[in-house]
Write a protein that binds this ligand. Structure first.
Ligand code: GP9
Ligand code: MN
Length: 417
């Protein structure tokens, strides 16, 4: 093992290792991950002229079989959607600049799909855009994906597309026979597209809610495409039920990254009814996370966490021990986990504080009051340490030094030993 990898290991073993209480609770279930394009948590329960923006998701959150996380942040950087995918697959941070999917696709990884292969899972990604966007066609095999259903697998026409590609409604509909063709259990990810900047719909019947009236077109349209995506989820769940694909499946839905940048703070202050200071800006980096499965005990969890925590959370639910791996995240469902989210810009959120990495300001999380003095110094430092170690690991391709103490991952065609 390299010295640098040992340094990463030593750091991680000095951190709290929370005990999972849900280990194996969803063992053997199919997994359907849904990347909800640009969906920020503020849209949940938000109403425009008395109408909910996400009626389906709101109901899903209240469902007795759904766990909803309301303090869950994205850790993405310039690689946007692809950064969220990287986090999810590896429990490592994306890079401070550029997209790790394009710069480091040749690295050795221990992706979630590859790990699940040992458990007999078939893995696939579904997305209605070109397969080479974000270098996905190269990166997915490196993460251990068996199959990538992309634009060329769908019937994509000018009529059923908008913005980057196939409209979400069509996307889910056309995906049904593809899902059914997969050997079970499956581990899949659906990447939605319609609720993407600049948030446009091209068909009157897709408009299901009014625009807001801030005068900032990006913000005003945001609610319409979010509402459309929500409707697509509703249809998808109905179809999954009708096709017998629902009962044995766990759905994990997460917002991939922000959709409204700080260039829109004026309009957002109208939407939120408050000035957007660095505190509010950082809190706006929360994205929804919902885990739903028949039989799962529903609740709302307010632990502070982020996308880097998804991999250990999923592997624990599925009952997969992954002990020799390097993961920066921890199981979101472990009761004794440390409340922590480290954002790519160096912001750090705990149960007590919101530290904004950009302005270097420190706030009381509960009150939003700015805290003068050094109270955030420790967490700011911890954030830097952790990001630096993760970057070292990715830039140095250090996972290639990781020895598989148990069985090597022999079924993986993508892994060179
Ligand atoms: C492109 C889609 C959007 O295929 O995933 O990418 P983004 O711009 O959000 O990173
Ligand atoms: Mn995206």
């Amino acid at each position: 093992e390299s010295d640098e990898l040992t340094e990463v290991r030593n750091y991680l073993s000095s951190q709290k290792d929370p005990k999972s209480e849900n280990f194996g609770a969803l063992e053997g279930k199919n997994v359907v991950l849904i990347s909800m394009e640009s969906l920020q948590n503020f849209a949940i329960d938000y109403k425009v002229n008395g109408k909910e923006v996400t009626p389906f998701l709101n109901d899903l959150i209240d469902d007795k079989n759904s766990v909803y996380f309301n303090n869950f942040y994205h850790n993405t950087g310039q690689g946007k959607t692809s950064d969220s995918e990287f986090l999810l697959a590896n429990s490592l941070y994306p890079l401070p600049r550029g997209a790790v999917f394009t710069t480091n696709a040749g690295n050795e990884f221990n992706g979630t799909p590859e790990i699940l292969k040992e458990k007999g899972y078939t893995s696939a990604v579904f997305h209605g855009n070109n397969d080479s966007f974000w270098n996905r066609d190269v990166m997915y095999p490196a993460l251990g994906y068996d199959r990538f259903f992309s634009k060329k697998d769908y019937d994509v026409t000018p009529e059923n597309s908008v913005n980057y590609g196939l409209k979400d409604m069509e996307f889910f509909e056309q995906s049904m026979p593809m899902i059914k063709s997969l050997e079970k259990p499956y581990y899949t990810k659906f990447i939605t597209l319609t609720h993407h900047y600049p948030f446009v719909l091209n068909d009157e019947e897709d408009v299901m809610i009014d625009q807001t009236q801030t005068g900032d077109g990006t913000v005003d349209r945001y609610f319409q495409t979010a509402r459309y995506m929500d409707e697509a989820f509703k249809k998808f769940f109905e179809d999954m039920k009708a096709n017998g694909e629902y009962e044995d499946t766990v759905f994990i839905m997460y917002g991939d990254h922000y959709g409204i940048s700080e260039n829109h703070n004026r309009a957002m202050s109208e939407i939120m009814g408050t000035e957007i200071r660095p505190f509010e800006h950082t809190q706006l980096q929360r994205v929804p996370l919902i885990i739903h499965s028949p039989g799962l005990e529903g609740k709302t969890v307010d632990t502070v966490g982020s996308q880097v925590d998804l991999k250990p959370t999923i592997l624990n639910l599925l009952g997969v021990k992954n002990e020799n791996d390097i993961q920066f995240g921890t199981d979101l469902l472990a009761k004794d986990r440390e409340d922590l989210a480290i954002l790519r810009d160096g912001s750090v959120i705990t149960d007590k504080y919101v530290y904004d990495g950009d302005s270097e300001k420190c706030y009381n999380k509960a009150t939003g009051q700015e805290v003068e003095g050094s109270e955030c110094d420790d967490i700011a430092q911890k954030g830097q340490t952790e990001l630096n170690l993760s970057d070292k690991l990715v830039y140095g391709d250090l996972l290639r030094f990781l020895e598989d103490e148990e069985e090597p991952l022999t079924n993986s065609p993508n892994k060179e030993k």
